[in-house]
Design a protein. Structure first.
Ligand code: A3P
Length: 290
């Protein structure tokens, strides 16, 4: 564990972006029925889905009239960046979070607010996260791949264990108005994924508007967009000499990275951790097709 992380209530946070006080204050955050929350474990397609949600929810994004960074238009509730502005925001508000279910605002269980939970094959999450650590100046830049793999499997990484994150949210899904989606589902058929999200949010878009959402959230277009790539964030945090935020955007990159032994080590932990969870993940079923 490096000096830039602290542990609070079972989760590792980055010291520069939040404090225990901020985390605690979220318990009482006032929720509106019209609020939409995007919840993910890091590197699961957060920025991508944020882009999709903003385009669906706001015509001014679709027609290009408003083009502001992802961090501002979908504030992260656990970061100290924009918290003070939460209450003054106009409905419908969109928020993003990597928090586990038990640290989310309590009010979410009693309002009709909606949550979209996006998850991704954890092996691809691991590889993406590893590359992100190289980009992120404040994290352990010298980490070896094998070391990082071990930290990831034991949950000693930013935002804690992937396994606990998905298990927690999945086993408490009845408490929330929640839609589960996968990165891979977006990747394989973005248009259908957009329509699914529209249905969940009760938003009707005509075919042209759906096309615009799909087009503006393609990997190609987002990769060229500095605002989607965190390019406005100070060099103190991200070093773009070392990589890009929108890196490959593919399914199955783990196969280029993990050795057979590493893959077996991963599967062992995976099976142990996930054995009680009653969902069959697509990557367990048709991994070969990826
Ligand atoms: P890779 O590192 O595998 O390329 P997050 O936003 O949760 O941190 O996730 C980042 C991952 O989502 C990165 O994965 C990034 O390339 C990918 N991503 C971002 N926008 C995307 C898009 N429009 N299409 C496909 N993948 C995208």
């Amino acid at each position: 564990l490096n000096s830039f992380m602290f542990e609070y209530k079972g989760i590792y946070f980055y010291t520069g972006s939040t404090t225990p006080e901020i985390i605690d204050s979220l318990e009482h955050m006032e929720i509106r029925d019209s609020d939409v929350f995007l919840v993910t474990y890091p590197k699961s397609g957060t920025i991508w889905t944020q882009q999709v949600l903003n385009l669906i929810m706001h015509e001014r994004h679709r027609n290009g009239l408003e083009h502001i960074d992802n961090m501002t238009r979908a504030p992260w509730i656990e970061y100290n960046l924009h918290n003070d502005a939460f209450n003054s925001r106009q409905s419908p508000r969109l928020f993003t979070s990597h928090l586990p279910y038990y640290l989310m605002p309590k009010d979410l269980r009693f309002k009709r607010a909606k949550i979209i939970y996006v998850y991704r094959n954890p092996k691809d999450v691991l590889v993406s996260f590893y590359h992100f650590h190289k980009l992120y100046q404040k994290l352990e830049v010298t980490l070896e791949w094998e070391t990082f793999l071990g930290l990831f499997l034991s949950g000693r990484v930013l935002h804690g264990s992937w396994f606990d994150h998905i298990k927690g949210w999945y086993t408490h899904k009845e408490d929330y108005n929640i839609l589960f989606m996968t990165y891979e589902e977006l990747k394989k058929d973005l248009r259908s994924a957009v329509i699914k999200i529209c249905n969940f949010l009760d938003i009707k878009l005509n075919d042209d508007a759906v096309d615009t959402v799909v087009d503006k959230s393609s990997f190609k277009n987002m990769k060229q967009d500095p605002l989607a790539n965190y390019k406005f964030i100070s060099e103190k945090f991200l070093d773009f000499e070392k990589g890009e935020f929108l890196r490959k955007g593919t399914i199955g990159d783990w196969k280029n990275r993990m050795t057979v032994a590493q893959n077996e080590k991963f599967d062992k932990v995976y099976m142990e951790k996930m054995k009680d969870l009653p969902i069959k993940f697509f990557w367990d079923i048709n991994d070969e097709e990826q």
